[in-house]
Design a protein around this ligand. Structure first.
Ligand SMILES: [Zn+2]
Length: 230
């Protein structure tokens, strides 16, 4: 079993570093809130139980395989319903998901997260916004990338619309915590992602072949961000 690194970022706020992907954990006197469960196969539940026996809620940023591992180990899981079709089409041990909706609030310790729907990477991708700490957990959608934008459900028009929505929230956000690459990036990345998405839609970015995916997938780099797309 690979032991993950639980990295304490702030009191009661941890990143769970799992190599290629990370999850987040918040803990107070009564509850544990996990954001994503990673690739699975390394008994994340047991690793969390080594720290605390408090009740656990899991919120999923989206249903990509590297975020939903071991979901069936957890009793209280939440995901946006726009993600259910994708989740149940491939989950090997499907677990009954509870719904999160735009604007739902999850309070844990000093943190108060609002659910923000940001489709594009997947139809039900969400971010978790904490205005008091001026931070957001963005899953895969709000990071320099490369962001996976090929295959079923990926949509640059929706992604562009989400980045415009995000621009309206930037007055309340300094840092975005990501599932991949750097732990956190300045919220101004949203502006770069919007420009990048618009250039992608306009066909203005040249892609480099990305052999590991085979076929037509290329890596498109522009304005300090990158996308894998066909
Ligand atoms: Zn991911």
């Amino acid at each position: 079993m690979e032991k993950f690194n639980f990295n304490e970022i702030n009191k009661g706020f941890y990143s769970i570093e799992q190599g290629a992907v990370r999850s987040f954990m918040f803990i107070d006197n009564q509850n544990i809130l996990l954001v994503d469960t990673g690739l699975g196969g390394n008994h994340l539940l047991k690793q969390v139980r080594d720290i605390s026996n408090l009740p656990i809620k899991v919120i999923y940023t989206h249903a990509d395989r590297d975020h939903i591992g071991d979901a069936a180990d957890f009793e209280q899981c939440f995901m946006h319903p726009a993600e259910f079709d994708y989740y149940y089409s491939k989950a090997t041990v499907p677990t009954p998901m509870n719904a999160v909706w735009e604007g739902d609030v999850f309070q844990i310790g000093d943190y108060c997260f609002e659910v923000i729907l940001i489709p594009g990477h997947t139809p039900g991708s969400i971010g978790l916004l904490d205005r008091k700490h001026r931070m957001m957990i963005g899953g895969d959608s709000l990071q320099p990338g490369p962001i996976y934008m090929f295959g079923p459900g990926r949509n640059f028009y929706a992604y562009r619309a989400s980045m415009i929505k995000m621009q309206g929230l930037l007055k309340d956000i300094d840092w975005i915590y990501s599932s991949h690459h750097q732990l956190k990036v300045p919220s101004s990345i949203v502006n770069q992602l919007l420009v990048g998405a618009e250039k992608m839609l306009a066909g203005k970015v040249n892609g480099e072949p990305e052999p590991r995916f085979g076929g037509k997938v290329k890596c498109y780099r522009t304005d300090g961000v990158a996308f894998f797309a066909e």
